[in-house]
Design a protein around this ligand. Structure first.
Ligand code: IVH
Length: 677
């Protein structure tokens, strides 16, 4: 069926309206209608175009979504070549003077002629593009290529909401707009968050991501990459009265509905440009996108023509770069550092590189997962980034530069400082040294914790004193505290006799304590004050606790598999047992008692395993309920398991239960069982 004149008119009106809203939203950043209203208009246009396909013109907003993939990118001849500009290598104000001097000399200007008028713009860090509008309609988009021949990327560029498919106002018969496609930093972050959640590879930086997106064969991929655009130059035109200056050209672009960067200024001579340069330098880190410098252009087009080109570079423009925020250097090695809490942090040792205004020789890689995520190998050439005051970061490898001699990093299984075992909880990204009391890297932290008010309560043993004692080598483990004498203390700088005596008295006072305090003082990971009390009550003695298996440990109220593993891991370390022995030998004592009697109840002596999500009870609640009825909750299914309580999305434990023929209950079944006894 042929579209009626009415349908034709309505479609044209919808296109105009939608593009106007698009412009208000994406270019002016000032939405004019609510999203729902926009969607309604959009759907109406889609429906019309479905009914009458001839209404789906290339400038229809419905054409942005991304059509079929292209077999290849077709070459495009640029009628007006897309040239690049000279980069001024002197990053100081000297660069400005050099440029201005060349311009003045070429124009034959004397000092009396006054300053040259320039336009200062930003140098966007993206991908140059040429947009061809015929009678106001976007008909083709091409990359720069070698300047003479680029690639046709119209299918992808159409998906960029900031680029008008139809110009507004009074566009000429032909207008080629040149500018930069780039990606905002927040859009880049969001994109990478999505990648991470989907388990996909992370993108290196906004620039490469933007360039990669524009050169995709499949526009559906480009449509998912949030790209932006700024216009800054002119290609071929026909039927247009050319503006007289670069500043007026940018104003004319804005009037046609094209995005133009607000940070542009007409500057008089060297002083004006230097001011612009310094102002933008101060602004750089707070801009929502990356720039690598500023661009100066002689403002008047007649003067630009007079200046012309030297070897394919205009004499009338120059790029003045800021110190780079990204550089490539070699990843010499990955060193593992142990923090005060035992956390093992891999640190990149880099071949020194000057980036972001400082020389960078190392950068944290955070943890093993981060290294895998970034895909860096030892020996790689890596991109190092330092923007503003942010700490330097290894962004990722330059895969193309691999030689085959690179090595994968493996997290050590022993602490590089004390050789204790390294443990990594299943649901944690950080690997930790289990050396605790024994590890020199954790010594200060461990001592402070040990002496804390809610632990052994050694009054006066604070931060500074611990630092002094450890640095002087007088105290290595908590046991050494009980061997201190006045002599050793008096030799410390700034230690008065009186304070030494006070400290010794406080240490003496702490010699006798409770089991709960002593357990807490050991600084076992995941064992807080409350858990320490539960453990003390449950086991009655330190020896019973030290010999408890993970299976026995989860029987304690509020102790799950993770905590049980921390405790068992701590006591499995011979060093830790040694420190405890030393403490005992030094005369530290605590009250011990009988282990708590098992609660008699309907589930007395029965072993339960919980898996999946129960409809109304949290895992902790279910555990508490079972324990209140005398049952035990274990972390894994074995032949000793009596019941498996399974909720939604139960996994391997349920399968194991079925395999072993263990009775499986749901939440209701559990309640009934506990009630009947
Ligand atoms: S003007 C003939 N202005 O930097 C002059 N370029 O080599 C053509 N760029 O390829 C370029 N911001 O990709 C111009 N405000 C700006 C720019 C800019 C970024 C890029 C562009 C060009 C390269 C310079």
């Amino acid at each position: 069926m042929i579209a009626s004149a009415q349908a034709f008119e309505r479609a044209a009106q919808l296109r105009r309206e939608l593009e106007a809203h698009n412009h208000a939203y994406y270019v002016l950043d000032a939405p004019t209608i609510p999203d729902a209203e926009y969607d309604r208009l959009f759907r109406e246009l889609e429906a019309l175009e479905r009914e009458f396909p001839e209404l789906a013109t290339p400038d229809s907003p419905t054409q942005r979504v991304g059509g079929a993939p292209m077999p290849e990118l077709a070459p495009v001849q640029h009628a007006v070549p897309m040239l690049s500009i000279r980069t001024e290598t002197d990053t100081t104000n000297g660069g400005v003077v050099a440029f201005d001097t060349r311009v003045r000399n070429a124009l034959g200007l004397a000092p009396a002629d006054g300053p040259v008028e320039y336009l200062g713009e930003l140098k966007f860090d993206g991908l140059a593009i040429s947009l061809r509008y015929e009678h106001g309609v976007l008909v083709r988009a091409a990359t720069r290529g070698d300047g003479e021949t680029g690639e046709d990327v119209t299918h992808n560029v159409r998906t960029i909401r900031q680029i008008p498919l139809r110009l507004v106002g009074s566009p000429p018969a032909l207008l080629e707009v040149r500018g930069e496609i780039y990606m905002r930093r927040d859009d880049f972050q969001r994109l990478n968050t999505r990648q991470e959640q989907a388990g996909d590879k992370l993108f290196i930086n906004p620039r490469n991501t933007a360039a990669g997106a524009v050169r995709q064969l499949d526009p559906r991929i480009a449509a998912k990459r949030p790209l932006s655009f700024y216009a800054y130059g002119l290609g071929e035109t026909a039927g247009w009265t050319l503006p007289a200056t670069q500043a007026e050209l940018l104003d004319a672009f804005a009037a046609l509905g094209l995005p133009v960067c607000e940070h542009r200024v007409v500057a008089a001579g060297v002083d004006g440009l230097c001011e612009f340069h310094d102002r933008i330098a101060a602004l750089r880190d707070s801009l929502p996108y990356d720039i690598d410098g500023v661009v100066y252009k002689v403002n008047r087009f007649d003067l630009q023509r007079e200046l012309g080109f030297v070897t394919r570079e205009p004499r009338w423009a120059v790029a003045h770069k800021y110190p780079a925020q990204e550089e490539i250097t070699e990843l010499l090695g990955i060193e593992v550092q142990v923090g005060r809490t035992g956390a093992l942090t891999p640190v990149a040792r880099l071949k020194p590189v000057f980036v972001g205004g400082v020389t960078v020789t190392n950068a944290t890689l955070h943890n093993e997962e981060e290294i895998l995520r970034k895909g860096v190998l030892i020996g790689d050439q890596v991109i190092v980034r330092r923007a503003g005051d942010v700490i330097p970061e290894v962004v990722g490898p330059v895969v193309e530069r691999r030689t085959g001699n690179e090595r994968t990093f493996v997290m050590p299984t022993r602490c590089p400082v004390c050789a204790s075992h390294v443990e990594k909880a299943e649901d944690e990204v950080v690997a930790r040294c289990t050396g605790g009391l024994f590890c020199p890297a954790q010594r200060k932290q461990a001592l402070l914790h040990f002496a804390g008010r809610r632990a052994m309560d050694i009054e006066g043993l604070g931060d500074k004193l611990v630092d002094q004692l450890v640095e002087a080598g007088i105290v290595k483990t908590p046991a050494d505290l009980y061997k201190l004498g006045v002599l050793a203390l008096a030799n410390l700088p700034r230690m008065a006799e009186k304070s030494a005596a006070n400290l010794l008295a406080a240490i003496e006072k702490s010699r006798h304590t409770t089991l709960a305090r002593f357990i807490f003082a050991l600084g076992i990971r995941n064992v807080g004050e409350a858990t320490a009390k539960d453990l003390a009550r449950h086991f009655g003695s330190l020896d019973a606790l030290m010999d408890a298996t993970a299976e026995r440990l989860v029987e304690v109220r509020d102790v799950g598999p993770v905590v049980a593993q921390s405790i068992a891991g701590f006591f499995a370390e011979a060093h830790n047992r040694e420190v405890i022995e030393q403490l005992r030998a030094a005369g530290v004592t605590w009250e011990e008692g009988e282990p708590a009697a098992p609660v008699a109840g309907s589930a007395s002596g029965k072993v339960f395993v919980l898996t999946g999500t129960l409809p109304t009870m949290s895992r902790d609640e279910a555990k508490a309920l079972i324990e209140a009825h005398g049952g035990k909750v274990s972390g894994s299914v074995s032949k000793k398991t009596d019941y498996v309580v399974a909720g939604a999305e139960a996994g391997s434990k349920l399968a194991k239960a079925e395999e072993l023929g263990v009775v499986v209950l749901d939440e209701d079944g559990l309640r009934r069982l506990l009630e009947q006894g």
